[in-house]
Design a protein around this ligand. Structure first.
Ligand SMILES: Nc1nc2c(c(=O)[nH]1)N[C@H]1C(S)=C(S)[C@@H](COP(=O)(O)O)O[C@H]1N2
Ligand SMILES: [Mo]
Length: 314
């Protein structure tokens, strides 16, 4: 029987460690790298997670905004595989979250298919509080647990000729009623350049609010491009393909004049049908000004200085 290694946040409450014992363990856990990689040694780290912390929070990604209430972030979703309304959270529970595999293929040294648990043994988990900006002008700020996409790029060993990365979502007709909308170009695929995938801000999330990413938010694993409009951040990733051809992605196929390949957030470039100057914070009535690259210019702007003659903000 295959051994299923429990992720830290899957531990029952009874395994939680009293706070005074946790402090020292947190320090010890810092050196462990992945909370999963250490196997039996990771027990203290796992207990710490049951006490409410899935992984060490990386302070580099201070979001500068209040966290969105968990209830709002997990009940107001875009997930067209389950329908076009925002209320898909209960329907999404039909998508089995395990076993789960991620295929790494295309222009790589050796294509491979990794079980999620095996994949998680090869990376170090951290928590990042990140801003998310939907092209529809709503936004949220939530704590994700995961690992930098650059670690996966390294694992895949792409050939030097690979220039783009394509992220493909599960397309399961038996659980996803949206797939019957046959004019949509399923499976949902979005892509980026290899530089964008290797940027430290590009993140693969397996946890949200210290628990496994709920199915409706893209569990069990999703990609995040916090500086791009939300539609670039594909959910339930099953395949990551390296290629030398720029992909025509899901939304670009549907409506290229409104949703392009780059989709970098820019308050000064309106969507053809509405302004992008401000955004509504989920779970509140507050509207705040939108920032260039969703406020992450320091991390990403330099990647675009040499891209000429294209609308980077569509
Ligand atoms: N597979 C898939 N991924 C997707 C979508 C989708 O419909 N299908 N919607 C995107 C859009 S438009 C947004 S804003 C975010 C929403 O993520 P959330 O529901 O976790 O807030 O997921 C993105 N990823
Ligand atoms: Mo979105």
């Amino acid at each position: 029987m295959p051994i299923h290694i429990r992720r830290g946040w899957e531990l029952p409450d009874s395994a939680a460690t009293p706070e005074h014992l946790v402090i020292g363990r947190r320090k010890a856990a810092l050196g462990l790298g992945s909370i999963l990689a250490a196997g039996a040694l990771a027990r203290p780290a796992l207990a710490q997670n049951a006490a409410g912390m899935a992984a060490m929070r990386n302070p580099r990604f201070d979001a500068g905004r209040a966290l969105t209430p968990e209830k709002d972030a997990t009940t107001y979703n875009n997930y067209y595989e389950f329908g076009t309304s925002k209320s898909v959270s209960s329907m999404a529970q039909r998508l089995p979250q395990q076993p789960w595999t991620v295929k790494l293929d295309g222009m790589v040294e050796s294509p491979q298919e990794l079980g999620l648990d095996d994949l998680l043994k090869k990376v170090s988990l951290e928590e990042r509080v990140l801003r998310h900006r939907c092209v529809e002008a709503w936004a949220m700020t939530v704590p994700w647990t995961g690992f930098p996409m650059s670690a996966l790029v390294k694992l895949a060993s792409p050939l030097s000729s690979a220039k783009y990365v394509v992220f493909e979502t599960a397309a399961d007709r038996s659980t996803m009623p949206g797939l019957r909308q046959s004019w949509y170009p399923w499976p949902y695929k979005e892509g980026c350049t290899i530089a964008e995938a290797g940027n430290e801000l590009c993140f693969m999330a397996v946890g949200l609010y210290g628990k496994p990413v709920p199915a409706q938010n893209g569990g069990p694993i999703r990609v995040l491009f916090p500086w791009k409009y939300g539609f670039k951040s594909g959910k339930a990733i099953t395949r990551i393909t390296f290629t030398d051809q720029r992909p025509v992605s899901f939304w670009e196929k549907l409506q290229a004049s409104e949703y392009g390949f780059w989709a970098n957030v820019n308050p000064q470039v309106p969507h053809p049908r509405w302004s992008q100057a401000s955004e509504r914070l989920l779970g509140s009535d507050e509207r705040v000004p939108t920032k260039l690259f969703n406020g992450y210019a320091d991390f990403v702007a330099s990647m675009y200085t040499d891209v000429k003659g294209e609308n980077l903000y569509l």
